[in-house]
Design a protein around this ligand. Structure first.
Ligand code: 5AD
Ligand code: SF4
Length: 490
């Protein structure tokens, strides 16, 4: 690493991240773009390729917002782009492999058009080993910046355009909150809204607390102002985003205001549908269940990652709840919200997981009856405690467990969807079906995809659809009527 790079690069320090303290979190305001950078994108195009979770998808919307303020326009085509950013995911090894594949693929384009700026950002940039690998093996990359440096994009891009060296800026510091960031949202219908950043849970398998910094909540007035603005612009659905939304507000030192309070205030703004993700079962309290039980625009869908159905595995995962506590929470939710649809995340093949322990996960799946489950084979992440654990579960066994788990979930999903046969559901029409432009598609309150035939002017509206053909992952039905937007939510 030469001096120029050293100036920008402070290596991520996993040990320091784990010792994080109670330092004040600063709320910064995003500056307007400095005059010398304001028009550098005029007549040029940008492309952002996003890997990973909704947080990354939303970060990409922020980066798009910044680039458009600099004059750039969006493109989907590599060959048209003057700036290409790869927003990366570090959650599992296969996610990282995909990113390396993409970085490698773009080498030919960079050789042909050296003036194109190729940047890498997102969670992988927070890993020291990744940055070193890019510095040594992928020198066609011009710019690397971390998850805490997004608001610095104008300056970093400017440096990359002016200099010949690779620009690297990765702040391993815990992270502040930057307000007022511009955003280009996917469509005018559904919007992501960050309510908090980072994670302090340190589940033993997970890289997120290191790549995303410490838990810090946006002030309620800032979140509510953003939601009001989205309502004013006619958005029909919002999803409140955080790695662990149930920890919202726990970091406030000047007030007592938690996630349930925020949901209660958000629901009164009157956006027709309000979702949130992701919940951590440990912090999910009864006040929140009571608020969600108001229903209306708070939809009856809760994503509640279990990770495992065995208390010993949960313990070594440091999930901080037992199977019994998880089940108790599920029962409390179902008692107050009987039609709640639950979905989950599950990891199989944790280091040392026995067949009996895995069977506890199968039985939890049966008991809770999730509508959908996102299932993963455990993937060791450098720097996490689990990566140092002895893992005697052979890969074939892990794969076989994943298949058994998926087969079970498929039969449950099919059974749950079958219950909807003949029923009328409210659908927010999102657009033409990807497979057939004559068919419209949209989502139920519980986020199930519904396909049906109807006129295009219904796109963006709420309609009632009778389900005729439930399948394992989607539903097909017949349009029975339009719903007046004013009638839903409130
Ligand atoms: N290996 C496998 N799956 C993981 N997840 C998080 N870290 C890992 C890992 N190291 C899964 C968890 C989490 C979801 C987003 O990804 O199930 O809830
Ligand atoms: Fe990772 Fe656990 Fe935090 Fe979720 S709660 S982001 S799994 S450490």
């Amino acid at each position: 690493m030469n001096e120029e790079m050293r100036k920008y690069f402070s290596p991520p320090d996993l040990k320091a991240a784990k010792k994080r303290g109670k330092e004040e979190i600063s709320v910064l305001e995003f500056d307007t773009i400095p005059p010398e950078m304001k028009n550098i994108g005029v007549g040029k195009k940008y492309l952002i390729r996003t890997f990973g979770c909704q947080m990354n998808v939303h970060d990409s919307e922020t980066m798009a917002g910044i680039l458009e303020q600099m004059g750039y326009e969006a493109t989907e085509k590599d060959e048209e782009a003057a700036v290409i950013l790869i927003n990366t995911c570090a959650i599992r090894e296969n996610a990282e492999d995909k990113v390396y594949g993409e970085v490698g693929r773009l080498k030919a384009l960079k050789t042909e058009k050296p003036e194109v700026v190729l940047g890498m950002c997102g969670c992988m940039s927070q890993e020291e080993s990744v940055v070193n690998r890019i510095l040594t093996k992928h020198q066609h990359v011009d710019l690397i910046f971390g998850t805490h440096n997004i608001h610095r994009l104008p300056h970093l891009l400017f440096e990359a355009l002016m200099g010949k060296e690779m620009v690297v800026e990765v702040w391993s510091k815990e992270g502040d909150i930057v307000e007022n960031l511009p955003k280009v949202r996917e469509d005018g219908l559904k919007a992501w809204v960050n309510i908090m950043y980072g994670c302090d849970k340190f589940c033993t398998y997970c890289i997120v607390p290191y790549t995303r910094g410490k838990e810090r909540s946006r002030r309620p007035e800032d979140v509510l102002a953003e939601v009001r603005e989205l309502a004013r612009k006619g958005y029909q659905e919002i999803t409140l985003l955080g790695q662990n939304v149930n920890a919202y507000g726990k970091d406030f030192t000047d007030r007592e205001y938690l996630f349930a309070d925020l949901m209660d205030d958000v629901r009164q703004i009157g956006i027709p549908r309000v979702r949130f993700t992701t919940s951590h079962p440990r912090d999910f309290d009864d006040h929140l269940i009571d608020v969600l039980a108001h229903k209306g625009n708070l939809v009856e869908h809760i994503h509640l990652p279990a990770q495992s159905g065995n208390s010993d595995i949960l313990k070594i995962m440091a999930r901080k709840y037992t199977r019994e506590q998880y089940n108790d929470l599920v029962h409390r939710i179902k008692r107050k919200i009987p039609d709640a649809v639950l979905t989950t995340d599950i990891i199989v093949g944790y280091p040392g997981e026995t067949e009996e322990q895995f069977q506890d996960t199968l039985s939890l799946m049966e008991e809770v009856e999730y509508d959908t489950a996102y299932t993963f084979i455990y993937s060791p992440r450098e720097g996490t405690p689990a990566a140092r654990m002895k893992d005697d579960v052979p890969m074939e066994v892990k794969k076989e467990r994943l298949q058994r788990l998926n087969r079970l979930q498929e039969s449950i999903s099919r059974r749950k969807n079958e219950e909807l046969r003949g029923q009328e559901v409210e659908v927010l029409v999102e657009g033409e079906s990807k497979k057939n432009p004559d068919v419209l598609s949209g989502r139920t309150r519980t986020n199930k995809l519904v396909n049906f035939r109807g006129p295009k002017h219904l796109i963006g509206q709420f309609v009632q659809v009778r389900i005729d053909e439930p399948k394992t992952w989607t539903l097909s039905g017949t349009l029975v009527g339009e719903t007046q937007i004013g009638q839903v939510g409130g």
